[in-house]
Design a protein around this ligand. Structure first.
Ligand SMILES: *C1O[C@H](CO)[C@@H](O)[C@H](O)[C@H]1NC(C)=O
Ligand SMILES: *[C@@H]1O[C@H](CO)[C@@H](O)[C@H](O)[C@H]1NC(C)=O
Ligand SMILES: *[C@@H]1O[C@H](CO)[C@@H](O)[C@H](O)[C@H]1NC(C)=O
Ligand SMILES: *[C@@H]1O[C@H](CO)[C@@H](O)[C@H](O)[C@H]1NC(C)=O
Ligand SMILES: *[C@@H]1O[C@H](CO)[C@@H](O)[C@H](O)[C@H]1NC(C)=O
Ligand SMILES: *[C@@H]1O[C@H](CO)[C@@H](O)[C@H](O)[C@H]1NC(C)=O
Length: 647
């Protein structure tokens, strides 16, 4: 019925245009699927997924419609927050768990006003950047919100960073000033002489005058206390939905963190998707123990307060032993997690409090399928809201119906409504695989592929605002993906979709293999062997032997000097590795791969296995009876393959 409301309110032509493009495409694609596959299968999939897809479509339309209205009348996050304040001025907005301090919506608004006046008095103007380097607390929110009120953009710095990476993040933000927490004074002292003298420093929290002087910093609290609590006079120029709100740093798979731009519409979109996809209620109280320098804590969590008027409990730092007690103390109904948190909670001793809470929903990402159900059962949490999406990515997906293990879905019936796709990729190099026309090749169900999202700068939901650095932006975009001359955002993550369209992180089976009923972790064994061999390059993988269950361990070892000695190697590994983890095969390679792709070539190595005809590298077999490694020639190879040798 709610879908009806949206459909009937689609009357406005602008919105129709907004969703219309995807619609016509989807109908064509849906029909294509219908004609292209056997019809019973189409109807089977449709019947199994129609409810899920309609719900997804409803959430998508609802967010788009709201966003479209806000854009049309020139709203931004600040005016949306002002409306929230007006709705319930005296409701608790933020509660600080460490002190129990509670700020109502009016108080949060007033404190951010004083931040705005203080910022203006510093001479900062629209477009200036100020770095925030402090642990989570309500003032964190008031700071970036207040700065935004006068058009100043905050750079939210990871408070665990130190020295070079900290300097890097402050440097790339181009900040004019930094606000740091007293708890991070030591980290600031480490970099004091390396940051520009012209960078103004403010400290929040208790720090002695002596310390402040050493850091050349001014205490922030007295400045805020004397600033006006009234709204700052309207800032010029006005910020719209497409303007910058703040920067969040994303830790890429390679290199130093990159500053991702968060515009107002992105903040709204992420918060609203979380809200509607997981059916949060205005009366919910959300427990936010994730760091506020990141989008999970600051947008999905705090966004529920600013945009939707929920009370949010801010925890300074996650604590596994206090988690459920906190939830009880503050009557929390929604908690946030990242995968690790669930594991830590499960490893805690059983406490009565863990079932006496009112938590209904846990929202987050990275919950392992192996602990998913154990988590729900043990703690009595009935709904898991697992999602996938990076701060800067336009290819977020969410698991709205609690399918165990999935991080989201895309419709199989109308796949183009939401233009994300899994495309074939060479997992060793992460290069896209292209067909004869130069386009990317979509994956079929069960085939692992790179998640990509089509880029369309006109649609706020599909924008990619990029990173502060142009260079970083370019690397994340590919062209000619769905069709000629289009562009798409590359998520960098490999997922698998099942028959019904549920998406899963690819089973990292390449990282472990089973041998004699035990799980062998390749990275663990690689680490141990590499240590033994003075940090030489080592790649460990499992190879199949016909007729033998599991995979036998094989280690490829770089030996440039030609000094590798099998017998001392065997003596050493008998000391440090359990028998099942000792490599059954060795492959000694005279070259070191200077490009560092030795490990990356595992798939090729795995394919070649222990067949001496496929390589000129020397291969050895661990004869466990004789307790020595023996060179594998064609004869020994045949003996092993025919099962005539004891393993
Ligand atoms: C991802 O971002 C790009 C860049 O703006 C956009 O064109 C594309 O439509 C987005 N995709 C999704 C699924 O949001
Ligand atoms: C803008 O539109 C939103 C959504 O329809 C509405 O709630 C808000 O009051 C409007 N704001 C202004 C300033 O008209
Ligand atoms: C913050 O920094 C720490 C230390 O470098 C790092 O381990 C962590 O992954 C970072 N967090 C995020 C969200 O980038
Ligand atoms: C730290 O930097 C500030 C500003 O450049 C300077 O005034 C102060 O003397 C420095 N402190 C130390 C211990 O070097
Ligand atoms: C939690 O709920 C109970 C009963 O509804 C109420 O008495 C108590 O004051 C609430 N606690 C907080 C911190 O709001
Ligand atoms: C090995 O891994 C599998 C799958 O993850 C798991 O079911 C099994 O219990 C593990 N076995 C051992 C001995 O750890």
């Amino acid at each position: 019925c709610s879908l009806n409301i949206v459909i009937t309110s689609l009357g406005s032509v602008g919105l129709l245009r907004l969703v219309g493009v995807s619609w016509s495409w989807s109908l064509a694609a849906g029909l294509g699927l219908y004609l292209g596959t056997s019809s019973w299968k189409y109807f089977y999939i449709a019947a199994r997924t129609a409810k899920r897809d309609l719900n997804g479509l409803y959430v998508l339309l609802r967010v788009k419609l709201a966003l479209w209205r806000y854009m049309r009348n020139g709203s931004n996050i600040l005016s949306i927050f002002a409306q929230t304040v007006k709705r319930h001025p005296n409701k608790p907005a933020l509660i600080y768990e460490a002190t129990g301090e509670t700020w109502t919506f009016t108080q949060l608004d007033e404190i951010s006003n004083s931040v705005a006046h203080w910022a203006r008095s510093q001479g900062w103007v629209s477009g200036d950047v100020v770095a925030l380097f402090l642990e989570s607390r309500p003032l964190y929110v008031a700071l970036w919100l207040g700065l935004a009120k006068v058009g100043v953009e905050a750079a939210l710095i990871n408070f665990s960073l130190r020295c070079d990476s900290l300097l890097h993040c402050i440097g790339v933000s181009g900040s004019r000033a930094i606000v740091f927490g007293a708890e991070l004074a030591d980290a600031m002292l480490d970099i004091n002489s390396s940051i520009s003298q012209s960078m103004v420093r403010f400290c929040t929290g208790d720090l002695s005058a002596e310390h402040l002087a050493r850091l050349g910093a001014q205490p922030l609290e007295p400045l805020l206390a004397t600033a006006s609590r009234h709204p700052p006079s309207p800032c010029v120029p006005h910020k719209g939905m497409n303007d910058r709100l703040f920067y969040i740093y994303t830790s890429g798979t390679t290199g130093l963190p990159k500053a991702a731009i968060v515009v107002h519409s992105r903040y709204y979109r992420i918060a609203a998707f979380g809200h509607f996809a997981f059916r949060m209620r205005p009366s919910d109280i959300l427990y936010d123990c994730l760091p506020l320098y990141h989008s999970a804590g600051n947008i999905i969590g705090v966004g529920q307060c600013l945009v939707h008027g929920l009370t949010v409990v801010v925890k300074r730092k996650f604590s596994a032993s206090r988690f459920w007690d906190d939830c009880i103390k503050y009557n929390c109904t929604v908690v946030q997690y990242i995968g690790e948190i669930c594991r830590y909670l499960l490893s805690q001793p059983v406490r009565p409090s863990e079932k006496n809470h009112k938590v209904r929903l846990a929202v987050g990402n990275g919950l392992r399928p192996s602990v998913w159900e154990a988590f729900m059962e043990r703690f009595g949490v009935t709904q898991i809201g697992e999602f996938y999406g990076a701060t800067e990515c336009n290819c977020s997906i969410a698991n709205m119906d609690g399918k165990v293990g999935a991080c989201g879905f895309n419709s199989r019936i109308l796949p183009t409504v939401y233009p994300i796709r899994l495309v074939k990729v060479n997992e060793d190099t992460m290069e896209l695989v292209r067909d004869s026309r130069g386009l990317c090749m979509p994956c079929r169900p069960g085939e692992p592929g790179l998640l990509v999202g089509r880029i369309n700068q006109k649609d706020p939901l599909r924008r990619f605002d990029g990173y502060a650095s142009q260079e970083s932006t370019k690397k994340k975009i590919a062209h000619n993906v769905f069709k000629k001359d289009d562009s798409a955002y590359l998520s960098g993550d490999v997922l698998v979709m099942d028959e019904l369209g549920y998406m899963y992180f690819r089973d990292r089976s390449g990282d472990t293999f089973r041998w004699r009923g035990e799980n062998v972790s390749t990275t663990e064994v690689e680490g141990i062997l590499s240590n033994l061999l003075h940090q030489t390059d080592v790649a460990v993988y499992g190879v199949s032997i016909p007729g033998v269950e599991g995979k036998a361990g094989m280690a490829a070892i770089a030996d440039v000097t030609g000094s590798f000695d099998c017998s001392s190697f065997l003596q050493n590994i008998q000391r440090v590795l359990p028998s099942y983890a000792r490599p059954v095969f060795l492959r000694i390679s005279p070259q070191v791969d200077t490009t560092g792709t030795f490990k990356i070539q595992k798939t090729r190595l795995q394919k070649e296995g222990f067949d001496p005809r496929l390589t000129s590298d020397q291969i050895y077999f661990l004869n466990s009876r004789a307790a020595r490694y023996e060179a594998v020639n064609e004869e020994l190879f045949t003996t092993i393959v025919e099962g005539r040798v004891s393993l």
